[in-house]
Design a protein around this ligand. Structure first.
Ligand code: BEZ
Length: 396
């Protein structure tokens, strides 16, 4: 085997987290290879679509801390592009204060923001309807507004990371290169792909929803379900209306999970339309292969009904639709898992992984954390709450 196939770190998974990891490795002059099973910037996994939410409110202080710590890393990435990566419009959380969703709970988030000394505004139902274009909200609804909330331009984030890595002498990237087997010999990992065998003493695994296909090659897996999440764009009939990024906390109603979130109108994402999505699925999948690219019609109609009922100046017929596939575990609040492979996997301390949960807002800092763990075995960021591999990663 020639030396051309050897790297310091092989990153498996060429989505935003894998690309960010390679970028951070390159800052330390570490040679990495990113293996992407499909093509880069594809629409086949968790980074499908264009926009995601950036928000500071979280029900746990450590999440608020992590998301704030991610801001300098967003700024660092921003320096590489003239296109705004975070389009600030504020975060508006509103709804029933007692409802706990996978995003958290309004009252807990207020406590966490208070404890972290972060300014926010509380609103009652009347103030909510006065300040924002929502209507017919139940009388018990309250709101929390935090001004640093933003729409993440995920497409531009991925493009920026790809551009940086393409220019880097330290990063190699290969598409159509799924790992088909991984073995370890003489302190090195050998990763077989249709493009050849690649070798490195360290692995970073960032496989998105395709986690178990990869983890099983190493002898472990995670108990995960898969949500093929649907969203749609609705025509903004009154362009003077300004929607923030928002999330509605409501009790489920039968099959209708009743949690919805949305974005402002954006000139880089179907201008003239606002995106509204459901944060639930009617039917979770048991493997990523079960997904289709057609949004679930029930989820779309629940969303359209909510738009009709509660959004001012918006035509309630879904126009453009999209789906994205996310893997979620049984971890409370659908949090991230950032850890080494289980101890009984040979070379486990040289295998770092990120899996499950919603990570778009953490992409720039996650790359730093994964590269720290890979190169130093530790990171200065407090990830104790995410190092839950012993609870959730199971040997086969
Ligand atoms: C989030 O901010 O983490 C989020 C928002 C909406 C849907 C899913 C996740």
């Amino acid at each position: 085997m020639g030396t051309a196939c050897e790297y310091d770190v092989i990153v498996i998974g060429g989505g935003p987290v894998g690309l960010s990891s390679a970028y951070h490795l390159s800052l330390r002059r570490v040679r990495s290879l990113v293996l992407e099973q499909f093509t880069f910037a594809n629409q086949l996994a968790s980074s499908a679509g264009v926009s995601r939410q950036f928000r500071i409110p979280y029900p746990e202080r450590y999440m608020v801390q992590l998301v704030r710590q991610s801001l300098p890393f967003w700024q660092e990435l921003q320096a590489f592009t003239d296109t705004r990566l975070l389009e600030e419009a504020g975060t508006l959380w509103f709804g029933d204060k007692s409802v706990h969703t996978s995003e958290g709970n309004i009252a807990d988030a207020e406590e966490a923001l208070k404890a972290e000394g972060i300014a926010y505004t509380s609103l009652d139902r009347d103030a909510l309807e006065r300040h924002y274009p929502f209507v017919n909200l139940p009388e018990n609804y309250v709101g929390l507004f935090q001004s640093q909330g933003a729409t993440i331009n995920l497409r531009e984030t991925i493009k920026t990371l790809l551009d940086i890595n393409r220019r880097s002498a330290y990063v190699s990237m290969k598409s159509e290169a799924p790992a088909t087997s991984i073995w370890r010999k003489d302190q090195k990992f050998y990763v077989t792909t249709p493009l050849g065998i690649f070798v490195a003493p360290k692995l970073i695994l960032a496989p998105g929803p395709y986690a178990n296909g990869l983890f099983r090659m190493l002898g472990f897996d995670i108990d995960a379900t898969f949500w093929n999440m649907s969203s749609a764009y609705f025509k903004l009939l009154d362009p003077s209306l300004r929607y923030p990024t928002w999330f509605a906390f409501q009790n489920p109603d039968g099959e209708n999970g009743n949690e919805f979130y949305g974005f402002p109108e954006l000139d880089w994402n179907n201008p003239g339309y606002v995106r509204v999505a459901s944060d639930f699925v009617v039917t979770p999948l048991s493997s990523p292969e079960q997904r289709t690219f057609v949004p679930n019609q029930k989820e779309l109609s629940f969303t359209a009904n909510w738009v009709r009922e509660h959004m001012k100046g918006v035509e309630p017929t879904p126009q453009y639709t999209s789906t994205c596939l996310v893997s979620l575990s049984t971890i409370a609040n659908k949090e991230l898992l950032i850890d080494f492979a289980p101890a009984s996997v040979p070379g486990s301390k040289n295998i770092v992984l990120y899996t499950t949960g919603w990570a778009a807002k953490f992409v720039p800092i996650l790359g730093r954390i994964l590269s720290d763990l890979s190169l130093d075995g530790r990171t200065s960021f407090d990830i104790t709450n995410f190092q839950t591999g012993t609870n959730y990663l199971k040997m086969l």
